[in-house]
Design a protein around this ligand. Structure first.
Ligand code: PMP
Length: 400
């Protein structure tokens, strides 16, 4: 299966190229590039403004892209907001729900969060005077929910967590978090950046109120992200970014925002990127999700097993396959992750070394130098994992 999938990705035809940095950015299938090129050939126009033929085609393509994202998330199109990326979507979520919070209110964040998910709340908290409460992690880099009841109290207005960690690969128990949040009247905001690339997600049934992800990690282009929200939650939020195309009326002293999703799409939206993202999600939906899951799990096991048998290697994250995505972090005694990443790059193996924009987690796990991270996609195969294991053994010999 991975070979058929691999053939759809032009960048992967380069001999000796072992791409294991998918958590940072996935490769793009040829059909996504073609969908973008085709839009630019026949329907390059602004949307929701023009009446000429190209404008009408662009409108249709943009609306259809929104419907496709809705299908992927099992949600109505009106609940899908296109943004410039996951970071922007998460900032918009924090602004929309956090702007009116103040002293006495609390927001619960987890120590697994990417900076894009925790900093919007931390900077707003500094401004508005509400408090941040941190959900701890276990030594395996999973959310430790034993303290959920003590942290998510009636003062808590929002629980913001990642669906899957970009460092440890651990998947959060969203239904349990939703139950705790909703039990005290709080909203659940979820960062889905690392979950969406591995299959369809139904955020409503998982209990999320807002759910964000990026296009470029899900085989789509850069410059696009999504903020999904329950209709009533989006309706209750004020926009963070204001400008053209998102109001119903503007008076001297008052403004009537348009209904969602347009309320949150000020200015010219990323039309071509939205069409590219829709093509990527359509491509994902054409695959057998169960088969992809099994293939990624088998490869993750091979990687965990190989790393586990190397002296001085410590897995940072779950050792098993339960509730995890194929993102594997590890440290090697006596070797800096950046040195290892550099030596692996010389051997054609692309991995990521560092703190992965997750300083709160690095501090909690006592990993000041960060980790080395290998992350898989449906096109990854055994040759990629073998190249990493062999390259790592050689790199360690050089550094020790
Ligand atoms: N959250 C997580 C878990 C991520 O891994 C990333 C990307 N590294 C982001 C948020 C931010 O996504 P983007 O850079 O696309 O805005």
């Amino acid at each position: 299966m991975s070979q058929t999938i691999r053939a759809a990705f032009p960048a992967l035809s380069r001999p000796g190229f072992h791409y294991l940095d998918n958590a940072a950015m996935a490769q793009i299938p040829g059909l996504v590039s073609e969908a973008i090129a085709s839009l630019n050939r026949v329907a390059r126009s602004n949307v929701r403004r023009g009446l000429h033929e190209a404008a009408l085609r662009a409108d249709e393509a943009y609306d259809s892209a929104r419907a496709t994202v809705g299908r992927f998330l099992n949600a109505p199109a009106e609940e899908v907001v296109f943004t410039g990326g996951c970071t922007l979507a998460l900032n918009m979520a924090a602004w929309g729900l956090g702007r009116k919070l103040g002293p006495g209110d609390e927001v619960a964040l987890s120590r697994l969060e990417h900076h894009s998910a925790c900093l919007p709340w931390m900077s707003l908290a500094e401004d508005r005077g509400f408090a941040i409460r941190w959900l701890p992690v276990t030594h395996e880099g999973r959310l430790d929910l034993d303290h959920l009841g003590a942290i998510v109290t009636p003062c808590c207005k929002v629980v913001a967590v990642t669906h899957a960690s970009n460092v440890t690969g651990a998947v959060s128990d969203l239904p349990r978090l939703a139950e705790a949040a909703h039990g005290v009247g709080a909203r659940l905001v979820v960062d889905g950046a690392q979950m969406v690339p591995h299959g369809r997600v139904d955020p409503r049934s998982l209990g999320a109120d807002l759910y964000a992800f990026s296009g470029h990690k899900a085989y789509g282009p850069t410059g696009i992200g999504v903020l999904w929200g329950r209709a009533e939650v989006l309706q209750s939020m004020t926009p963070m970014v204001v400008g053209g195309g998102m109001v119903d009326a503007v008076g001297d002293d008052d403004v009537t925002w348009a209904d969602p999703p347009h309320r949150f799409e000020a200015g010219t939206p990323p039309v071509a990127q939205a069409v590219g993202l829709a093509a990527a999600l359509d491509w994902m939906m054409s695959l057998d999700g169960q088969e992809i899951h099994q293939q990624e799990a088998a490869l993750t096991w091979h990687l965990l097993d190989g790393l586990g048998s190397m002296a001085g290697v410590k897995i940072v994250g779950p050792r098993g396959l339960e509730a995890r995505v194929p993102v594997v972090s590890f440290t090697v005694e006596g070797c800096h992750p950046h040195d290892l990443a550099h030596l692996l790059a010389e051997r054609g193996v692309a991995v990521r070394g560092g703190a992965h924009c997750a300083r709160p987690l690095m501090a909690a796990l006592g990993l000041e130098e960060g980790t080395l991270r290998a992350s898989l996609a449906p096109y990854s195969d055994r040759s990629d994992v073998e190249a990493l294991l062999v390259g790592l053994a050689e790199a360690v010999k050089v550094l020790r």
